[in-house]
Design a protein around this ligand. Structure first.
Ligand code: ADP
Length: 571
C-alpha cells in the first residue's frame, strides 16, 4: 500500500491507461458493428464514443474532474452520455410524446451546468451531483427496456450491465472524493468495472447476434424443407450446395451433378433430366436468368424451373426453383381447345354468311342486269320506274356487302388486297355512279382533285366502299344545294379525302356516337339505313392506314374527312 501511495501518480496513470486501452478499441468495434451489422439506433454510438472519449480525456488529464480545461471537456462527454441514455429511452419507448424531446435535451440544462459549475468553482459536490444524474437517465432507460416487449432478454441484460457500471462509477465518486486516501481504491474499482462492463456487453451482444442468426437459419431451413417446390443451389462445378426435400426425393443423395449427360428427353429418368438441365445451365457462360419447363415422369407432372445466377461469397452459384405448374398446363390446354372450338364456330358463321350473301347477291345481279337492258327499250316515263328498281337493288347489294364485311372484320378474316391504283380515276368513277341520283334530287355534284401521286398503293375495293358509304350518306341526308368531293396529298404518303354536303347536318351531341355500330340518329328516321355504314367506313379506313372524322353543323351541312396511307411497304 505504501508503495502505491509513494508512486500514486504512476499508479493513476497505469489505471487510466488500462481503462483507455480496453474501452477505446472496444468502443470503435461496437460502433462499427452497429453501423454495419446491427443497425441499431445511433444513440448507442454516441454513448460509446462519449464514454471512450472521456476515458481518453482522463488519461491525458490525470483523472481529476476538477482540472480545467479537461474538466470542461469531460463535462461535455458525461452530458453526452446522459443524452445518449435519454435518447435510447425515447427510442425504446416507441411513442412520440412532446415530453420526449424535452427529456432528450434535459441533460444539457441539468447535467452540463452542474458539471461546468463544479469545475469552475472547484466544487466536488456539484460535479458529483452532475455525474449522479447519469444514474437517473440510466434508471429511466432500464425501466423502459424492461417494460418493452420488442427488446430481447440479452439486450436488456447488456444494458443493465452498462447502467450498473455508470452508476457504480458515480457512486465511487461520491463515496471516495478526490484527495481521499482511498482514492487508489476508486481507480482500481473503476478499472475493474469498466473492463467487466465492456466484456459483458460485447459478449452478450455478439451472442444475441449468433442466436438470432441461427434461429433465422433454422426457420429458413424448415420452410424450405417443407415446400413442395424443387429448390436447390449448385456451384459452377456442379456441386449441390443446398437442396429442398423434394430435390432429395428425386436425386437421392447425389451431391455432385456431372454436366454432359445427354439423351432423348422422353427416355430419361427424372434425375437424369435434372442433371442434364443443370449441365446445360452451368456450361453456358451467358445465363443470367432463365425459365424452362421439365416433365417429371415419376409424378407425371410438369415443373417450371426459374434459374438465376447469384453471387455467394466470391463464388458464382446457380439457384434453381422448380414450381409445379401441372394445373396451369391443364388450364392452358383447356383454353387452347376452347379457342380452337370458337374459331371453328366463327369460321362456320362466316362461311354461312358468305354463302347467304352470295345467294342474296345472285338474284340482285340478275335484277340489275335485266333492268339496265330493259331500260334502254322503254319510254322515258317508264325508265324512271326502272331507275327506282335499279337503285333499290344497288342499295340492297351495298347492305349485303356491308354486313358481310363487318362479319369478316369481327373475325379478323378481312384481308387487305393492295394494288397500285390511279386515285383520280377511282374518284371520278365513284362520283359518276351517284350522278343519276344527284340529278333526280336536283343536287349539284362536284369532284375536284389537288396534287396527287401518279400511282397509289391501296386496296381499291375497300376505298370505293368507304367512298360509297360516305357519299351515299351525303346524298341521303341532303335535299338541296350541293355535294362536293375532293382529294389531295396530305403528306408524303398520305391522302386526304373530303366529302362535303349542304344537308340536314348532325347535332353536336350526336357527333360522338355516329361511328358506333347500328347507331342511327332518330331525326334521320325517315330515310333508309341500318347504322352500319359509318362504323364499317371507320374500320375499313383504319385497315387502309388512316382515320376518319366528321365536322357538321345542324341545318347547314356536314363534312366527312378521311385519310389513307400508301401501303407499298405491305405490298
Ligand atoms: P345509316 O346511314 O345507315 O343510318 P351510318 O352509320 O352511315 O348509318 O350513319 C349513322 C348516322 O349518322 C345516320 O343515321 C345519320 O343520322 C348520321 N349521318 C351520317 N352521315 C350524315 C350526313 N352526311 N349528314 C347528316 N347526317 C349524317
Amino acid at each position: 500500500m505504501n508503495l502505491i501511495m509513494e508512486n500514486i501518480e504512476v499508479f493513476y496513470r497505469v489505471a487510466l491507461f488500462i481503462q483507455a486501452a480496453i474501452v477505446i478499441p472496444f468502443a470503435i468495434m461496437l460502433v462499427l458493428l452497429n453501423r454495419i451489422v446491427w443497425k441499431y439506433s445511433a444513440f448507442w454510438d454516441i454513448l460509446w464514443i462519449a464514454f471512450a472519449s472521456n476515458r481518453l480525456v482522463h488519461l491525458l488529464s490525470g483523472g481529476s474532474y476538477l482540472v480545467t480545461p479537461t474538466g470542461f471537456i469531460s463535462s461535455v462527454m458525461i452530458t453526452l452520455q446522459g443524452f445518449a441514455l435519454a435518447g435510447l429511452a425515447t427510442v425504446y419507448l416507441r411513442r412520440r410524446l412532446l415530453l420526449n424531446k424535452l427529456f432528450l435535451l434535459s441533460p444539457f440544462f441539468t447535467m452540463l451546468p452542474l458539471l461546468a459549475l463544479g469545475v469552475f468553482s472547484q466544487s466536488q459536490i456539484l460535479t458529483g451531483l452532475g455525474i449522479a444524474l447519469l444514474g437517473l437517465y440510466g434508471g429511466v432507460l432500464s425501466v423502459v427496456m424492461m417494460l418493452s416487449e420488442t427488446v430481447s432478454r440479452t439486450l436488456k441484460i447488456a444494458v443493465a450491465v452498462v447502467i450498473m457500471i455508470l452508476a457504480g462509477q458515480t457512486l465511487s465518486l461520491v463515496v471516495i472524493p478526490e484527495g481521499s486516501s482511498l482514492l487508489p481504491l476508486r481507480y482500481v474499482g473503476n478499472t475493474i468495472f469498466v473492463i467487466v462492463a465492456v466484456f459483458l456487453f460485447f459478449s452478450l451482444r455478439v451472442r444475441e447476434e449468433l442466436v438470432s442468426r441461427q434461429m433465422y437459419q433454422t426457420m429458413a431451413n424448415e420452410i424450405l424443407e417443407n415446400v413442395s417446390d424443387i429448390v436447390f443451389r449448385v456451384s459452377t462445378d456442379g456441386r449441390v450446395l443446398y437442396y429442398s426435400k423434394s430435390f432429395k426425393e428425386i436425386m437421392g443423395n447425389k451431391e455432385h451433378l456431372s454436366p454432359g449427360q445427354q439423351g432423348e428427353a422422353d427416355e430419361m429418368n427424372d434425375s437424369l433430366k435434372l442433371e442434364t438441365l443443370v449441365g446445360r445451365i452451368i456450361s453456358d457462360k451467358d445465363v443470367e436468368e432463365e425459365t424452362c419447363r421439365v416433365h417429371l415422369s415419376q409424378v407425371d407432372r410438369w415443373y417450371e424451373f426459374r434459374i438465376r445466377k447469384n453471387d455467394y461469397g466470391h463464388k458464382t452459384v446457380f439457384d434453381f426453383m422448380g414450381r409445379d405448374i401441372q394445373a396451369d398446363i391443364e388450364k392452358e390446354k383447356q383454353l387452347q381447345k376452347e379457342r380452337e372450338k370458337a374459331s371453328e364456330l366463327d369460321e362456320a358463321r362466316v362461311t354461312f354468311l358468305s354463302n347467304l350473301s352470295h345467294e342474296l347477291k345472285t338474284p340482285l345481279t340478275i335484277i340489275m342486269g335485266y333492268s339496265e337492258t330493259l331500260r334502254e327499250d322503254l319510254p322515258p316515263s317508264r325508265q324512271q320506274m326502272v331507275d327506282a328498281i335499279l337503285e333499290s337493288a344497288k342499295y340492297q347489294l351495298r347492305l349485303v356487302n356491308d354486313l358481310l364485311d363487318l362479319t369478316r372484320l369481327g373475325s379478323k378474316m378481312l384481308d387487305v388486297e393492295i394494288e397500285s391504283v390511279d386515285i383520280e380515276q377511282i374518284i371520278n368513277e365513284t362520283v359518276e355512279q351517284f350522278r343519276p341520283l344527284a340529278e333526280r334530287k336536283h343536287l349539284l355534284l362536284m369532284a375536284s382533285t389537288g396534287e396527287l401521286p401518279e400511282r397509289f398503293n391501296t386496296d381499291p375495293v375497300k376505298l370505293v366502299r368507304v367512298l360509297n358509304n360516305v357519299m351515299g350518306n351525303a346524298l341521303k341526308f341532303t335535299e338541296q344545294g350541293k355535294i362536293s368531293v375532293m382529294v389531295r396529298r396530305e403528306s408524303e404518303d398520305v391522302l386526304l379525302f373530303r366529302v362535303e354536303d349542304t344537308g340536314i347536318g348532325i347535332r353536336k351531341e350526336d357527333l360522338g356516337r355516329i361511328f358506333e355500330r347500328f347507331v342511327r340518329i332518330s331525326r334521320a328516321g325517315s330515310s333508309r339505313g341500318t347504322g352500319l355504314g359509318l362504323s364499317l367506313a371507320k374500320e375499313l379506313v383504319s385497315l387502309l392506314g388512316g382515320r376518319i372524322w366528321i365536322e357538321s353543323e345542324e341545318g347547314s351541312g356536314t363534312i366527312v374527312y378521311f385519310t389513307i396511307r400508301d401501303l407499298k411497304e405491305a405490298a
